[in-house]
Structure formats: structure tokens, C-alpha cells
Design a protein around this ligand. Structure first.
Ligand SMILES: *Cc1c(COP(=O)(O)O)cnc(C)c1O
Length: 361
């Protein structure tokens, strides 16, 4: 079997060209006689990779002049704690918009280190809705407002960053960063685990406003402190060098193809086609998410007769489609349409959905 249609939720599809370049450079990295995997993170080969990755990310994201870019380990989940630990001083609180499992966990972890207040929660509505600005009021006393731009498990996404008045906005952008314009200027801090849209697992990207960096606590252990990581250009300790290299190749790949605007357009086409296939199936398939809150990255859906879902997964797997099972906490089906999932794969999925309905409808 060759390469399959990969709808994994994360780690997820990477551009084929990126994997090929990494393969070609694996044994003898750019004439060094060793692999990057065997190289010192202080060696000139890696220094160039580090710089190239930062340069490509800045060019691709755009408008990052006011922000520092950091690479850390620990995944997005470590940031749930580190945001609160770094930003909150005694007596301060962070406000949270809770739109799914990941934002719930962000609150739970932050609460261990400071006061995390739930400003709005979609739990009672089954997390099928993204709040509009009239549904919550940010306390001017809040040190930050935290939100999850795309809810990977529930299949919802903010159409644009939430209103936060003058309160610094913090975003877990793990599952939709680089899928559309990032709006750096609206955010004090953005973090994202790499394994959805940026590259492989192992590195977490942080964009933090330089003026915020200067105000942070400076009494934390170095490896948990944005200030000390920034002071050493993310080389305080050994960074995940190979993951950073792949993030750089991936960013360069999209830059060479026109950047975020064409990517956003392609992502919208993929999602629109898939939602149309679900909505126009005479109820055979259904999407539980409110139309205005739907994610372009993770399309969550059910078959009206849920007992057909295992059959669908089995038949689609046999036809070369993987990753279509919903998250274990919610069940059902999910197709993740990250940047590296091609329009051909999305079209092929629409076709097997139609064929399955024909056979079982
Ligand atoms: C995947 C995901 C996480 C968890 O990421 P880890 O890197 O595994 O810690 C957090 N938030 C969102 C929105 C995610 O999609």
C-alpha cells in the first residue's frame, strides 16, 4: 500500500515534499558528514536551521515585529500551566472562554497555579457553539483572556479572535495555526503544539508580545520561564532540533506556495465541500455543530444510524482512508482537514461518503 488519505487529528499529515527533503538530508546533513539527529544544537549547521525556521515562520505569519517567537518542549498541555505560572502574580486572575475539552483542561491546570475564572462555558450546550462578544463581559481586572481558537475534539472554531477590550488575549492555537491569517496584533500570547499544522510532535511554538515578556515573573525555574527561554533565543537547553527543522521546512513549503492566503482559501474549499456533503445527505449524516461555529480544520459528524459507524470506519480503512474515528471522549466520526491534507483527499472523502450512503441509506 502506498500513502493513504490521512485524516488524523494529530499528529497529522505533513506535506509529502517536506518528508522527501528530510529523507534526502537525513544521513549527510548539507555536507556536514553527519545527520542533524547527531549534531550539536550549538553547531553551525543547527544554528542555521534555527535561524531559517524563525525566518520562515516570521515571513509566513507576518506582522510579528512586536512578538518574540519561542520554541519549547512539553506540548500545548504544558502551556496550560505555564501561561498561568508566568503571567499571574498573587491576587491576579486569568479569564477563560471554555469551548471544549482542551479549554476545560487549560482551566484545570491553570487553577493549580493561580486563579482561573470561567467567563463563559459552552458545556451545557454540548460545546456545539462559539460565543459571540455579546455573550460575555471581560473583567477589566483580568490579567489575560484565554481562548481556544479551534476545538479539535468538538469541531468548532472562532471565526475571528474574541473581543477582549484592553485585556491581553492569550490563545491556544494548536489545531488551526497557519490555517488562515494569524492576527498577531490582536494577541499578547499564542501557543501551539506543532503536531497538527506546524510539523511533527515534540516542539511547541510560542508567540509572545515583547512588552508582555518584560512584565512577567522572573522567579520561575529557567526551563518554565518565557523570559529565560527568550533571553537564550530558545537555546537555554537542548531544543527538539529535528522537530524545529521540520517546522522550518513546512513553513518554507507554504511560503513557496504563496503563504497563508491561498492556504486559507484551499482549507475553506475542503471544509465547504465536506459540510455540504453532510448537510445534503437527507439526514443520513449529521453534523452536531451550529453552522456559524463550524471548524474548517476538524469536521465532526455522525451517521443517523450510529451502529453503521464501525462499518464506515472499516470500509473506509480498506479503501485507504485513515483517522476518521472521533475522539474517544465523544465518539462518532471526525475528518481533520489540516493544511497538508490535499483537496484531492477531501474530494475523495466526499465521494466515499456518497458511496457509503448509497449502499446503506
Ligand atoms: C492537540 C491539542 C492540545 C494538546 O497538545 P499536546 O501537544 O499533546 O499537549 C491542546 N490544545 C489543542 C487545541 C489541541 O488540539
Amino acid at each position: 500500500m502506498g500513502r493513504v488519505h490521512n485524516f488524523n487529528a494529530g499528529p497529522a499529515a505533513l506535506p509529502r515534499e517536506v518528508l522527501e527533503q528530510a529523507q534526502a538530508e537525513l544521513l549527510d546533513f548539507r555536507g556536514s558528514g553527519i545527520s542533524l539527529l547527531e549534531s550539536s544544537h550549538r553547531a553551525p549547521e543547527y544554528a542555521a536551521v534555527h535561524e531559517e525556521t524563525l525566518t520562515a515562520l516570521r515571513a509566513l505569519i507576518g506582522g510579528t515585529e512586536e512578538h518574540e517567537i519561542l520554541f519549547m518542549g512539553g506540548g500545548a498541555r504544558s502551556q496550560f500551566a505555564l501561561v498561568a505560572w508566568n503571567l499571574l502574580r498573587a491576587g491576579e486572575h486569568g479569564d477563560y472562554l471554555v469551548t471544549g475539552n482542551w479549554s476545560q483542561t487549560a482551566v484545570a491546570e491553570a487553577s493549580k497555579l493561580g486563579e482561573a475564572r470561567v467567563l463563559w462555558s459552552g458545556e451545557a450546550g454540548g460545546f456545539t457553539h462559539i460565543p459571540t462578544p455579546d455573550e460575555y463581559t471581560v473583567a477589566p481586572t483580568a490579567t489575560y483572556l484565554h481562548y481556544t481558537s479551534n476545538n479539535t475534539i468538538r469541531g468548532t472554531q472562532y471565526p475571528e479572535p474574541p473581543a477582549s477590550s484592553a485585556v491581553p488575549l492569550v490563545c491556544d492555537m494548536s489545531s488551526d495555526i497557519l490555517s488562515r491569517p494569524v492576527h498577531c496584533d490582536r494577541h499578547a500570547l499564542i501557543y501551539a503544539g506543532a503536531q497538527k499544522n506546524l510539523g511533527p510532535a515534540g516542539v511547541t511554538l510560542i508567540l509572545i508580545r515583547k512588552s508582555l515578556l518584560e512584565q512577567l515573573r522572573d522567579d520561575l525555574p529557567g526551563i518554565f520561564s518565557y523570559r529565560s527561554i527568550a533571553a537564550k533565543s530558545s537555546l537555554l537547553n537542548t531544543p527538539p532540533v529535528f522537530a524545529i527543522y521540520l517546522v522550518g521546512l513546512t513553513a518554507r513549503h507554504w511560503l513557496d506556495r504563496g503563504g497563508l492566503a491561498p492556504l486559507a482559501a484551499a482549507n475553506a474549499r475542503k471544509a465547504t465541500a465536506l459540510y455540504a456533503a453532510l448537510d445534503e445527505s437527507d439526514g443520513f449524516y449529521r453534523c452536531p455543530v451550529e453552522p456559524s461555529s463550524r471548524s474548517s480544520m476538524n469536521v465532526v459528524f455522525r451517521i443517523h444510524d450510529e451502529s453503521l459507524e464501525p462499518t464506515f470506519l472499516e470500509e473506509s480503512r480498506a479503501a485507504g482512508f485513515i483517522g476518521l474515528k472521533g475522539h474517544r471522549s465523544v465518539g462518532g466520526l471526525r475528518a481533520s482537514l489540516y493544511n497538508a491534507v490535499s483537496e484531492e483527499s477531501a474530494t475523495a472523502l466526499v465521494e466515499i461518503l456518497a458511496a457509503f450512503r448509497q449502499r446503506h441509506g
